[in-house]
Design a protein around this ligand. Structure first.
Ligand code: S3P
Length: 428
């Protein structure tokens, strides 16, 4: 696909689609709750549709209307053994969180996905679930999907010090812990997104969070809810960066979720000297959301690492692009997790941005970017990774001469099917 290039101005307003992490979890909690769950502004993109499809295969009735998704939950015990293995597509969140739910069933389920999923590490989930008494195995004695989960109605609570900072792993353990016989304690390395913790409370359950320590009792039951998912800050991030780096721009992003475990990119933009403001912040069914406005800015390179990383992990590809337009050096560190995302995002970002003329090098746990550089045309690929594809389209906006052709552009449908149209709507 030939990308939009050479833009001299971006102006206007975009309402980005619903938050991906929250959309997945809303289906999952709706499925295990008793009663009806109604979800507005649900993200209808491939990943979240994989979650809906998986729960339908497990016997849960889920309706789709123009306005909302309606989940007819009948409690944990209503989940039924599927006839065949379940295909979760490209979705790491679906496979990992589902493993935690399936750990407490009295049946065996096999989960598989696409070529990218087949390379994603699952020991991080299988090991704690095994400790709790469920049996899980990866394909051919590896830790990679397909994975088979042999559930047990006799899950035992554990105390678990997380070896990685991962909300997917934490959430998988939480789902298993909610079905266990006693209280589980999870100790995080760094604070990661806490949507599961919020939804446990929202659906009528109990959880105790004290800094990095989380305690949750087993045998909990949930009640169906009505909820509205705010816009995804990880999707808004592409427009934030575009508005900061394209000349003469002012971009408003409305109804963006502002959960503090997700707003690391706002902190980074401020530290780099970028103009970013938040307005109209309000709580919609308990969720903090607001309008983010960015304007073209003169930026300075900074160091990004430590506790900030989990708060912007999915934004790092587009933050790397932002750094190519900042004066001086930006160092991204403590981000080795990027290597085990939909693709190796350190290698992918460095290779593709280098093709477009950036001065960027890979390190063991991040990247070093020297700015500011003028980008030029070239042939690039998303590697089938939605966030790499969208980052490259934002990069292409800066290219004054030559075309930018993106291979595997359709990957954006994983999290943002209308991305190219929404971006075009801002172009003058
Ligand atoms: C997610 C957690 C993050 C993130 C992913 C969504 C979630 O993954 O990268 O896109 O919804 O819990 P990790 O938990 O592996 O860091």
């Amino acid at each position: 696909m030939e990308l939009l290039t050479n833009k001299r101005e971006l102006t206007g307003t975009v309402e980005v689609p619903g938050d991906k992490s929250m959309s997945h979890r809303s289906i999952m909690f709706g499925a295990i709750a008793e009663g009806t769950t109604r979800i507005k502004h649900f993200l209808r993109a491939d990943d979240c549709m994989s979650t809906i499809a998986a729960f339908r295969v497990l016997g849960v009735e889920i309706e789709e209307t123009d306005e909302e998704i309606i989940v007819h939950g009948q409690g944990w015990d209503a989940l039924k053994q599927p006839k065949d293995a379940i295909n979760i597509g490209n979705s790491g969140t679906t496979i990992r969180l589902l493993m935690g739910i399936l750990a407490g069933t009295d049946f065996t389920t096999t989960l598989y996905g696409d070529d990218s999923i087949a390379k994603r590490p699952m020991n991080r989930v299988m090991l704690p679930l095994k400790e709790m008494g469920a049996n899980c195995e990866g394909h051919a004695e590896t830790e990679f999907p397909p994975v088979t989960v042999i559930g047990t109605k006799n899950l035992q609570p554990i105390t678990y010090h997380m070896p990685v900072s991962s909300a997917q792993v934490k959430s998988a353990i939480l789902f298993a812990a909610l079905q266990a016989d006693g209280e589980t304690t999870i100790i995080e390395k760094k604070k990661t997104r806490d949507h599961s913790e919020h939804m446990i409370r929202q659906f009528g359950g109990e959880i105790d969070v004290d800094g990095l320590t989380i305690r949750v009792k087993g045998k909990q039951k949930f009640v169906g809810q009505t909820m509205t998912v705010p816009g995804d800050i990880s999707s808004a991030a592409f427009f934030m960066v575009a508005g900061l780096v394209v000349p003469n721009s002012q971009v408003h992003l409305t109804n963006v979720g502002l959960n503090p475990t997700r707003t690391g990119i706002v902190d980074v933009i401020e530290q780099m000297g970028g103009q970013v403001t938040i307005s109209d912040a309000s709580r919609n069914t308990g969720k903090l959301a607001g309008t983010i406005t960015v304007e073209t800015s003169e930026l300075q390179g900074i160091e990004i690492g430590g506790d900030l990383i989990p708060r912007l992990i999915d934004e790092l590809p587009v933050i790397a692009l932002l750094a190519t337009q900042a004066n001086g050096t930006t160092i991204i560190k403590d981000a080795a997790e990027l290597k085990v995302k939909e693709t190796n995002r350190i290698d992918a970002v460095v290779r593709e941005l280098t093709t477009l003329g950036a001065n960027i090098e890979a390190t063991e746990d991040g990247m070093i970017i020297h700015g500011k550089t003028k980008l030029h045309g070239g042939r690039v690929t998303s590697y089938g990774d939605h966030r790499i594809g969208m980052m490259l389209q934002v990069a292409a906006l800066l290219v004054e001469e030559g075309a930018v052709v993106l291979e595997k552009a359709d990957a954006v449908s994983v999290s943002y099917p209308d991305f190219f149209e929404d971006l075009a709507s801002l172009c003058k």
